[in-house]
Design a protein around this ligand. Structure first.
Ligand SMILES: Nc1ncnc2c1[nH]c(=O)n2[C@H]1C[C@H](O)[C@@H](COP(=O)(O)OP(=O)(O)OP(=O)(O)O)O1
Length: 167
């Protein structure tokens, strides 16, 4: 089997009944798009620790309990790197969201999520996340805007990555 490089990332959604906290990415990958809060997992931390750290860093919110709700693998055409994104959810958090150098947070009603200003894959898997249905998904992208292939299934294994090499 050929060696694949995996980038492990987190993505956290803070919820209130009927509402979700999104952040407008102000720089870097996904700049100008609304998303949850997260980023690369560092070498000295677990995926869960990385998720909690990024949530504090990006919007000042502390969440002691995060529920792992989804796992999404992203591939880009002609790119050997697989992005493995671990999606978490919480209704229990401490603090008010604050704008940071990286993200501008804003609450959205479940029915008013700005999918036209989000990653194109989000509209496929958000319904699972919003309904607390665990899911796994795969998306093959051409560039940043075009989805060439994808699948979603309603289940989530306990095991994390089949990492050959984490970058
Ligand atoms: N296609 C798609 N849909 C939904 N969400 C995402 C993607 N691609 C993604 O990368 N993401 C998510 C996964 C992460 O939460 C962020 C990207 O993290 P990034 O900003 O690259 O990581 P940081 O560690 O914060 O980066 P620095 O700017 O600090 O270097 O988007």
């Amino acid at each position: 089997m050929s060696e694949r490089l995996r980038k492990i990332l987190t993505l956290v959604f803070v919820r209130e009944p009927g509402k979700i906290l999104l952040g407008l990415k102000k720089r870097g990958f996904g700049c100008g798009l609304w998303n949850g809060f997260g980023g690369k997992v560092e070498k000295n931390e677990t995926i869960l620790q990385g998720a909690k750290r990024e949530l504090v860093e990006e919007c000042g919110i502390q969440a002691d309990v995060l529920e792992r709700i989804g796992l999404i693998n992203f591939e880009f055409e002609n790119d050997p790197v697989i992005m493995e994104v671990h999606v978490f959810l919480t209704f229990h958090y401490i603090g008010d969201p604050v704008e940071t150098e990286e993200m501008k947070p804003e609450w959205y009603k479940d029915g008013e999520i700005p999918f036209n200003q989000m990653w194109p894959d989000d509209k496929y898997w958000f319904p699972y996340m919003l309904q607390k249905r665990k899911f796994e998904a795969y998306f093959l992208f051409k560039g940043m805007d075009t989805i060439l292939d994808y699948w979603i299934k309603e289940s989530l294994n306990d095991c994390c990555s089949s990492v050959n090499k984490i970058i």
